[in-house]
Design a protein around this ligand. Structure first.
Ligand code: ADP
Length: 609
């Protein structure tokens, strides 16, 4: 039994020495004021445990024994006192309470000193009273913070809550052992009781350790309840925040909740505060000034009387920004757990900020396109009208006779002016669409004649190498559309079919109506479109850049306008393509009621140009 007792005592002492060393290391890494005090408390506790073993093993007596006894008592009281000071680091004591605590410490140390030296032969009663006072002081020093920690833990996020409770529980366990040792009477002396109390004390080591450096599996376990909330927060940040400001504000709010921090802030690469929550600008400045420059995540104690702070870096395109959180009354312990959590969160915030930056930049580009459309189209229209007037006067001979070369040039100028006019009209139409000023003039029409007119309008573009084929049903296809706009859509599709099949070949236009939907498909046997290029086809100014298409003229507005106009009609434009073999663009439009009855109509006539 004696051996078992010895083993239990040695193990416990070893456990407390390891605990002291671990807290000291944790403090060395992060240097927080609160950590420092907790580390001191546990280092003193380790000294007490180690000296008890030294005394036991060496059986010191005389001056050496007195000295070891004295140091043990002082270290013991200091371990309790620093628990109270740890509490003071984030829940400051009133000056009176602090004075009282200091007085109690001094009195207790004096009593301890007297107990060991002067009173060592003074009889049992005096020794008991002295021992009682020493333990009383330790219980006061640690008992008050234990209750405080427990109360403070109630409103904290899970991990911090569990850590605070572990701390409370660990010290409460030690108090319970002490009280049992003092008041347990003879039962305490039995080997079983000694082994049991030693093992319980040993069990408190991992509990206290978990309070300042919880292993990741424990953190994961504690945080499990919050995982869904965290995911939602990050999704919210990454996807839904529209502006940088909005995102930064949300991010600071979430950082506080996530870490249970008092305040959180984001500072940009220029040092300007982008957003802050629960913290004054002046304190942000202090925290940034105290931030250690080198580490990825640094803990800084901004100034005496203020809690710890963690600052993580945001690697933004424009430079390094910072995300910081500061401790407050109820968030005392910032350690490696919070630091790594903040760092992970900072990466998400960086991604979110970058996304918003790109989105804002894209929005600015889109805005520029709109401005360009507006400006160019309206500014070009006036001069072009004048040029057109003069060209038609030239054509009509109103400006006098031209020589042969002049006469040959006029039709070319006229055709080019018409081309330019069509381009400008396209730009004006796109600008109208952007401004929401595009008004349709829908009228009942037979889609066959609209499409036929569009095909005819496109015919002048066609050279010999292309053959235009147009199939349409015998019966009317009744629609309610803005005829001019539909004509524009179809002639643009036909124009594209010709333009993007430079080697020539048939261009087949087919009108069919089925199931209440009329479809105008335009098929060519030209270049085709690669799958990865599809997404840009219908965007403003979207053109596919390949060696085969680079030299072909165009604005990239036709399909964009076509699709928007089709949608305004309740329809759509779709595309299928086989790269190198050709494409089919199809305009879908709802048919109006009368022709729905004759819903199945197959094309019957074919015109070949
Ligand atoms: P534009 O022809 O003026 O460039 P569009 O908006 O009409 O503009 O067309 C956008 C892009 O889609 C074109 O630049 C071209 O790359 C591609 N495209 C359109 N029609 C075809 C087609 N029939 N075959 C191959 N590519 C096409």
């Amino acid at each position: 039994m004696i051996l078992a007792e010895r083993i239990a005592q040695n193990l416990t002492a070893l456990g407390f020495v390891a605990l002291g060393a671990a807290t000291a290391w944790e403090w060395y890494r992060y240097r927080g004021k609160a950590q420092g005090r907790l580390a001191l408390s546990l280092v003193f506790l380790a000294i007490v445990a180690a000296l008890a073993r030294v005394q036991d093993l060496l059986g010191l007596s005389g001056v050496a024994g007195t000295l070891v006894g004295l140091v043990t008592i002082l270290a013991f009281e200091a371990s309790g006192y620093f628990v109270l000071m740890f509490r003071d680091a984030f829940l400051p004591l009133s000056p009176r309470a602090r004075r009282a605590a200091n007085a109690l410490l001094v009195v207790t140390c004096v009593i301890g000193l007297a107990d060991i030296t002067l009173l060592s032969n003074a009889g049992r009663d005096v020794a008991t009273v002295a021992a009682f006072e020493l333990i009383f002081a330790w219980v006061v020093f640690t008992g008050e913070p234990i209750v405080r920690f427990w109360l403070a833990s109630r409103n904290l996020p899970n991990v911090q809550k569990a850590r605070m409770r572990a701390l409370s529980f660990g010290f409460a366990g030690l108090i319970a052992i002490l009280v049992f040792d003092v008041f347990g009477g003879s039962a305490v002396q039995s080997p079983t009781a000694i082994i049991a109390t030693q093992l319980i004390a040993l069990a408190m080591v991992p509990v206290i350790y978990a309070s300042f450096a919880p292993p990741s599996f424990l953190r994961g376990l504690w945080r499990m309840g919050e995982a869904a909330e965290l995911r939602a927060a990050i999704q919210d940040l990454l996807i839904f925040s529209a502006t940088r400001q909005d995102l930064a504000e949300k991010a600071t709010g979430w950082a506080r909740r996530l870490l249970g921090a008092q305040g959180a802030f984001i500072v940009d690469s220029e040092g300007a505060i982008v957003a802050s929550s629960g913290i004054e600008d002046a304190e942000v400045a202090e925290t940034m000034a105290a931030r250690a420059a080198a580490p990825e995540v640094g803990i800084a104690a901004p100034r005496p009387g203020r809690g710890a702070a963690i600052v993580a870096l945001l690697h933004l395109t424009e430079g390094i920004g910072f995300l910081g959180v500061t401790a407050g009354p109820f968030t005392p312990i910032f350690g490696s757990d919070e630091a790594s959590q903040l760092q992970g969160y900072a990466s998400s915030v960086t991604a979110g900020l970058e996304r918003v930056r790109v989105t804002e930049r894209l929005a600015a580009i889109e805005e520029n396109k709109t401005q360009f459309l507006n400006l160019a189209s309206h500014e070009l229209r006036g001069p072009l009208t004048v040029v057109r007037g003069y060209v038609s006067m030239l054509e009509g001979g109103l400006l006098g006779d031209l020589n042969d070369r002049g006469r040959r040039a006029v039709p070319v100028i006229s055709a080019k002016v018409l081309e330019m006019n069509a381009l400008i009209e396209q730009m004006i139409e796109a600008a109208r669409l952007e401004e929401g000023a595009l008004m349709l003039r829908p009228e009942p029409a037979d889609l066959r004649s609209v499409v036929s007119a569009a095909v005819d309008a496109a015919r002048p573009l066609v050279e010999d190498k292309h053959q235009i084929q147009f199939k349409c049903p015998e019966r009317p296809v009744q629609v309610r559309v803005d005829g001019e706009r539909i004509k524009t859509i179809v002639s643009n599709l036909v124009g594209n079919a010709v333009k993007y099949s430079p080697a020539g070949g048939p261009v087949e236009i087919e009108l069919a109506s089925r199931g209440g939907i009329a479809r105008v498909s335009v098929r060519d046997h030209g270049l085709g479109i690669a799958k990865e290029d599809m997404p840009i086809l219908f965007t403003r100014f979207g053109r596919v850049a390949t060696p085969e298409t680079d030299h072909l003229p165009g604005t990239g507005l036709g399909l964009y306008l076509g699709r928007q106009l089709a949608r305004l009609h309740g329809g759509e434009i779709t595309v299928e393509s086989d790269p190198g073999r050709g494409s089919i663009f199809t305009l879908h439009l709802p048919v109006s009621e009368p022709s729905r009855a004759a819903s199945r109509q197959e094309p019957s006539s074919i015109q070949v140009s």
